[in-house]
Each structure stands twice: as structure tokens, then as C-alpha cells.
Design a protein around this ligand. Sequence first.
Ligand code: FAQ
Length: 312
Amino acid sequence: MTATLPEEDLERHFEATIERDQRIEPRDWVPEGYRKTMIRQIAQHAHSEIIGMQPEGNWITRAPSLRRKAILLAKVQDEAGHGLYLYSAAATLGADRADLTDKLINGKQKYSSIFNYPTLTFADVGVIGWLVDGAAICNQVPLCRSSYGPYARAMIRICKEESFHQRQGFELLMTMMRGTEKQREMVQEAVNRWWWPSLMMFGPPDADSPNTAQSMAWKVKRHTNDELRQRFVDMSIPQAEALGVTFPDPDLKWNAERGHYDFGAVDWDEFKNVLKGNGPCNAQRVAHRRRAQEDGAWVREAASAHAAKKGS
Ligand code: FAQ
């Protein structure tokens, strides 16, 4: 679409594309608000994948067997790959990856609250796979139909890989549940710590979500935060029963009238506090990312020098 048309025609074309459920592509004119929203969401998502390598990465050297180590290494590498596709998707909107990384390590852009909690035992690796990747899939499958083409397409591959991650987590937990009493206790204790933070991954309640209405209108988001949170609760309960664990919520019960499980109140003060940087591991996660960025400076310089030489 040529940028020489009057802005109102470009705007009309953009709205009509969304209306017809077609994809917006990098060549298309978009309103500034749409560009900013997409960069914000894609960058936060990319940062989450990259920071999200740390909690599980913590267990690579201490995995209990060669098989578990190989699986965990592959999973953590997948997360790095997801971050890279997403930074590339953000680049199609004019965002510069180095600038996005600067914003992350200087606290100007967010990443998912979930990665600010510690991984205390190996059962946490299983619970992250089961619940955290499970929540990620629930949130991201609808994003495969997001209106921005490069983001929606990246999401297809990411979801396939997340699905493998979820299964490996569930299989790990199943194995531990068939083990000793101590192992079963480790799993239950890890579930108790990760359940509520997993529900927070879906974002604030709809009434307090400033971005949802516009993102739904632009078909960036296909469901609201509360709809997806409910879907996740509903799908997790039979899985917990199959595993033989419980969730730390006395208010969880089937509501036949609604056709959904009711659940207790999420501690939104804790969520806000984590977003402000005061979660148990925020400082450690960002410091680690900053150190990795500084330690990798020579690689980026060498790669640029090599590219310049080849180009000349
Ligand atoms: N943490 O108005 P809304 C993964 C922010 S999965 C931190 O509702 P929106 C896989 C929000 O950005 C995790 N901040 O916002 C993996 C906004 O702040 P802003 C990543 C949060 O965008 C597994 C403000 O609160 N997944 O990495 C959170 O409409 C295992 C108001 O919120 C994605 O990013 C939160 N939980 O909806 C990796 C999915 N929730 O920007 C390794 C794509 C909200 O105005 C290991 N993103 N905020 O300053 C989305 O679907 C949406 O962006 C939401 C938030 C649903 C997260």
C-alpha cells in the first residue's frame, strides 16, 4: 500500500484489513498506536523468553540424569530461539534489537512476572514445564491468529515447541509422583509455590487491564486476560487429578451453572509488587542479563567487523 495516499485512506485500508481478518504485514501502513502496541507486546514477550531461560538454566548442571540434562538443555535452547524469532518480528516494525535489550536491562521494558520466582528443587523444572509452559500455550495459541503477520507466524512454531515443553514437564512430574514419598512431597510443594504466580501470567483482571480493549479491537489479542485465566484453571484441574496433586486454593470448585471452575482471589498486590521490581529474583534476573550482554560485547564486535570485511 503506497504511503503517498492521504492518511484517512491508509487508515481505512488498515481497518478493512483487520475487519476481513487478514494479516497486517511489514509493508503495510499502520497507525502509530498499533505499531507501539505491537512493539511493546512482542518485545515484552521476547524479553520473557530470554529472561525465562534463567530459572530452569539454574538446574542444567544439577540435572539428576543424562537424559534429564539433555531434555533440559534442549528446552532452554528452544526458549533462546523463541526470543530470537520475536526480536526479529519486532525488527519488522522498525524496532532495533540492541535498543530493546538496553530497555530491558535498564528496567524500561517489562518481562513476565513469572520469571522472578526462584527454582528451589528439581521438581520446579517439572512444574514450570507443566504450569508455566501450559499457561504460555493457553495464552499463545490464540495469538497464532493475531493480526500482525510476523508475530502470528512466529507464534505457530513457538506453540509447537511449548507443547513439547509442557509434556516433558508433566512426564517429569509423573515420574516423580511414582517415586518416593519425599519426591511426591517435593512435587506438591513446588505446585503450591507456582500455582498463583502462573495465574498472574495472564495479566491483571479485565477491569484493570488498560490495553485489552484496544488490543482486542485490533485483533492483536483474541481473548481477554480473565477469559484465558479461566480456560487455564479449567484445563489444569483434571491434569492435577491425573498427577495426584492439589492446588493451594480452598475456593476451587466446579460451578455447574457457569460450566467452569470457580477459584479464589489472586493476590494482585503481590503481582504489582513483582512488576515494580520487588519480586524475589527481579534484581538477580536483570543483573544476570546485563552481565551476559556485557560479556558478549566482543562477540558482537567481532561479528560486525567480519561482516564489514566481507561486505567491502
Ligand atoms: N508480567 O493491559 P494489560 C514465556 C503488564 S510465556 C509482567 O493486560 P496486555 C514462555 C502489561 O505488559 C510469558 N507484566 O496488558 C516460557 C502492561 O504493561 P505495559 C510471556 C505484565 O499487553 C515458558 C500492564 O501489565 N508471554 O515466556 C503481566 O494487553 C517457560 C497492564 O496489562 C507473553 O508475553 C505479567 N504477567 O496483556 C519461557 C505473551 N501481565 O506494557 C521460558 C504475549 C500484564 O502497559 C520458560 N503477551 N503485564 O507497561 C500477552 O498476551 C499480553 O501482553 C499479556 C498482557 C496478556 C501478558
